[in-house]
Design a binder for this molecule. Structure first.
Ligand code: PMP
Length: 514
């Protein structure tokens, strides 16, 4: 083998979620990764259905290339398909550019450290050295990783602009590719939430694009991944909320006495004195951050998860709690669950000692609303997001959501020691009247009698009871099916509120992650 540079260090992956969970003594579902700069959930466009066509042809090569994906990317990026070169992630294209432009005896200029490690790795793998002396190629990164800054575009040419985080900042050099030796690299890993699919693309002038394509493997992208990318491009994600959430997170960090750097990306960098030890202490709370460049880098996830991190940081740093502290975090009786089937992918975050933070968004319409009612009247914090094949009807989504919430309830109850165990409630709603009684003793059973049912209300309650390992009796009457269902779900919520209440001594041990 050709020797590599003496200081060559291969790309080092962060440990797996399972390994981190082992180290922290937690269940893997309690691990929340703030270290990958990827969205917290896949987009609806990555549902299994998006793969069906590609699976039917998976015995075939992508004969003739990836016309559909290249055309869709060209439309998205405002260029022609001839300007598009696909790769297995932006990483693949960084490696391609380095080896296409430079070799032994050449220098490649990379951004000042700390920066994305692959620029140096790619230069060294190409046999080139890293340096600013008459570089054969210059890499820049906009927005930059790990700071999230937006440095000025270098004047050096040829220039590769890594725009992995382009969607968050909205600034691009794509307009320059036709007239200058500039290559823009982008990815489906970040805003499009397809990091596991490994699809990236570069934009370059026609001739340069053709030269680069000639230096690739014949079929660099899986047809399954290409199908996912095509599906994602049909409805490009709106990431405008990320900047808002990033600033909220940064405010929370400042309230803890930290000093996050300004960022234009989906993460913030916080300089700290002993980042590795801080990260290790955060891991005990299930929060995984990236240690790099004299600080920690924190990916923006969503309000609930970001508050989890702020709360963990407040405890680790022994600082006053953040001003707008999220009650979701105050009790230990919390759980996260993810339920994925061929039809649905549902994530649940549940807190039994809630503060009324309730959001159920699965697309199952009425059943989302009914679960929100249950949670609200149950005094629970319940955030359910995900997606299902609700265009075929709400059945799978409503059922899987009820199961996922039930599983979360079971998990959040832990050993079930010291709870009231029984609860009952009667709730009228206009013409409807519902009685509900629950036993959280651990036996499954459901006796659900609804005089009318909008369709799946009884089934959802049965699924919930079974997954939560509870006995549930409901009797609801009325003239309007929605009222009957709503009264029933509210009554179940009220009954649950009584049954999960802590009673006297023998409180459940703090099995949660805080
Ligand atoms: N460039 C930068 C600046 C990155 O941060 C990353 C991923 N962390 C990549 C490229 C790699 O992206 P991909 O998943 O498309 O290979």
């Amino acid at each position: 083998m050709r020797a590599l540079a003496d200081d060559f260090a291969a790309y080092a992956w962060a440990p797996s979620t399972e390994e981190l969970a082992r180290r922290a003594g937690l269940d893997p579902v309690e691990i929340v990764r703030f270290d990958g700069n990827v969205p917290a959930l896949p987009l609806p466009s990555s549902r299994p259905g998006a793969l069906a066509g590609a699976l039917a042809d998976v015995n075939c090569y992508p004969h003739g290339g990836y016309t559909e994906l290249e055309t869709a990317i060209a439309r998205y990026a405002g260029v022609d398909p001839e300007n598009v070169v696909l790769g297995a992630g932006a990483d693949d294209l960084i490696l391609l550019c380095a080896r296409a432009f430079a070799g032994p005896g050449d220098a490649i200029a990379i951004p000042p450290e700390p920066t994305y490690p692959l620029f140096r790795i790619a230069a060294q793998l190409a046999g080139a050295t890293v340096g600013d002396e008459a570089p054969a190629l210059t890499f820049c990164c906009r927005p930059g990783n790990p700071y999230g800054d937006l440095p000025p575009l270098p004047e050096a040419r040829p220039l590769v602009v890594d725009e992995a985080y382009f969607e968050y900042a909205g600034e691009t050099a794509a307009g320059l590719i036709h007239d200058e030796d500039i290559v823009v690299i982008r990815t489906f890993s970040k805003a499009f939430a397809l990091a596991g699919a490994r699809v990236g693309y570069l934009l370059a002038g026609r001739e340069l694009a053709a030269e680069l394509r000639a230096r690739q493997a014949p079929a660099p992208v899986s047809t399954l991944s290409a199908a996912l990318a095509v599906a994602a491009l049909r409805e490009p994600p709106d990431v405008s909320w990320v900047a808002e959430e990033r600033e909220r997170l940064a405010d929370g960090l400042r309230a803890l006495g930290l000093d996050p750097l300004p960022s234009r990306a989906n993460f913030v960098f916080v300089p700290v004195d002993e980042p590795a030890s801080l990260a290790e202490r955060l891991l005990a709370f299930g929060c995984v951050v990236r240690v790099t460049g004299g600080g920690i880098r924190i990916s923006v996830r969503d309000r609930e998860d970001d508050d989890l991190l702020l709360d963990a940081l407040a405890r680790v740093l022994d600082r006053a709690p953040v001003a707008a502290r999220n009650t979701l975090l105050q009790g230990a009786r919390r759980a996260r669950t993810v339920r994925a089937t061929a039809e649905t992918a549902i994530r649940v975050r549940l807190g039994l000692d809630g503060g009324g933070r309730v959001r159920v968004q699965t697309g199952a319409g009425l059943y989302d609303h009914l679960l929100e009612q249950l949670a609200f009247h149950g005094g629970l914090d319940l955030v359910v997001d995900g997606t299902g094949d609700w265009e075929t009807g709400p059945h799978h989504t409503a059922e899987d959501t009820a199961i996922a919430v039930g599983e979360a309830l079971d998990r959040a109850l832990g050993e079930r020691a010291g709870i009231a165990r029984y609860g009952s409630a009667t709730v009228p709603m206009d013409d409807a009247l519902a009685h509900a009684a629950v036993d959280l003793g651990g036996r499954r059973g459901a006796e659900i009698r609804l005089e009318r049912d909008p369709g799946l209300a009884r089934h959802a309650l049965e699924s919930l009871a079974s997954a939560a390992r509870m006995t549930l009796h409901v009797e609801a009457t009325g003239r309007d099916d929605h009222h009957v269902a709503e009264a029933a779900f509210k009554a179940v919520g009220r009954a649950l509120r009584a049954a999960v209440a802590r009673e006297g001594a023998g409180l459940p041990s703090t099995k949660g992650i805080l």
